[in-house]
Design a protein around this ligand. Structure first.
Ligand SMILES: Cc1cc2nc3c(=O)[nH]c(=O)nc-3n(C[C@H](O)[C@H](O)[C@H](O)COP(=O)(O)OP(=O)(O)OC[C@H]3O[C@@H](n4cnc5c(N)ncnc54)[C@H](O)[C@@H]3O)c2cc1C
Ligand code: FES
Length: 281
């Protein structure tokens, strides 16, 4: 997969962008819609991220959650985790941020995924970048086969994009299955880790591509469940998260052996990680 590099001439200079929507999603996550002040499209592909700067505070890599088929603006979901993300939670419509990117590799929506059945395996915030691919597939629905979305969160209160499930299942004819690690009094759905959704699942491994994005602990077990269905490494893609600074392969913060997650990833074909076992540990 080629790395679609930044649109800017100077990869370190942020472009100005304006917050057009800022809404709470859960106790920790906030939804943002942003527009570049230049009026240009961000020009991302599903799975890519951008470096977002809050002026005077710092910069953080954040996935782009909207599909590139949505014109005029782009969307992000930000978990309040530290200095920059806390400051982002204070942003209101009209406030300015800096944007560098889009950076990194992307899900192969126009490559290996085309014409195939797709299984999305998303844990927690992993649904945020994957949503970009889901809505891209929805927009070009006839280009893909059966689509299954598996989503897991720790608790019902942490579920994301619940209001979009209807569009994915009814309009998009996709199968959506979700689970929570721990239910509450009102929860009547599935309880258990995400791999418990995969126990009775079957796929045609010759024509299926799987996409995995979630917390580090999930990958090994999700991949083992895919192996049980007959899937092989070349048809499995993982999106990895590592601490980043520059986002453009210069500082080494995101390095795993010879790989720079910011540039060689965040999306990797699992077969390409065969020599880098620590990537999913
Ligand atoms: C490709 C990519 C996509 C991402 N997408 C999203 C997204 O869509 N939404 C989202 O909410 N988050 C996303 N993240 C995570 C997000 O970038 C981090 O939560 C954010 O950078 C934290 O910055 P902060 O300044 O708010 O927190 P910080 O103040 O940096 O602290 C956050 C936490 O990380 C720890 N920490 C900070 N730096 C290091 C380090 N170098 N080594 C070890 N621990 C460290 C701190 O101790 C603290 O616990 C993504 C990360 C990557 C790499
Ligand atoms: S974040 Fe600097 S090299 Fe990847």
């Amino acid at each position: 997969m080629e790395n679609t590099y930044a649109r800017q001439d100077d990869i370190y200079r942020p472009e100005m962008a304006t917050v057009v929507r800022s809404e709470p999603m859960t106790a920790l996550e906030r939804f943002f819609e942003l527009k570049l002040d230049s009026g240009e499209e961000l020009g991302h592909l599903p799975g890519q991220f951008a470096e977002v700067s809050v002026f005077g505070i710092g910069e953080a890599p954040i996935s782009i959650s909207s599909s590139p088929t949505q014109n005029g603006s782009f969307q992000m979901v930000v978990r309040n985790a530290g200095n920059v993300t806390r400051a982002m939670h204070g942003l209101k419509p009209g406030d300015k941020v800096g944007i560098r990117g889009p950076f990194g590799t992307h899900f192969p929506v126009d490559g290996e995924m085309k014409g195939k059945d797709i299984v999305f395996v998303c844990g927690g915030l992993g649904l945020v970048p994957v949503r970009s691919a889901i809505n891209y597939v929805l927009h070009h629905r006839a280009d893909y086969g059966d689509v299954t979305i598996l989503s897991g969160t720790k608790s019902p209160a942490e579920r994301l994009f619940v209001d979009e499930v209807e569009a994915w299942t009814s309009k998009g004819n996709m199968t959506y299955m979700e689970t929570v690690d721990r239910g509450d009094e009102e929860w009547t759905g599935h309880v258990g880790v995400i791999t418990t959704l995969m126990t009775d699942m079957s796929v045609d491994p010759r024509k299926t591509v799987a996409i995995i994005c979630g917390p580090p602990v999930m990958y090994k077990f999700a991949i083992m469940s895919l192996y049980k269905m007959g899937m092989v490494d070349k048809n499995i893609y993982v999106s990895l998260e590592r601490h980043m600074k520059c986002g453009v392969g210069k500082c080494g913060h995101c390095q795993i052996n010879s790989l720079y997650v910011c540039q060689d990833g965040p999306v990797f074909r699992f077969a390409d990680l065969a020599e880098v076992p620590e990537a999913i540990q």
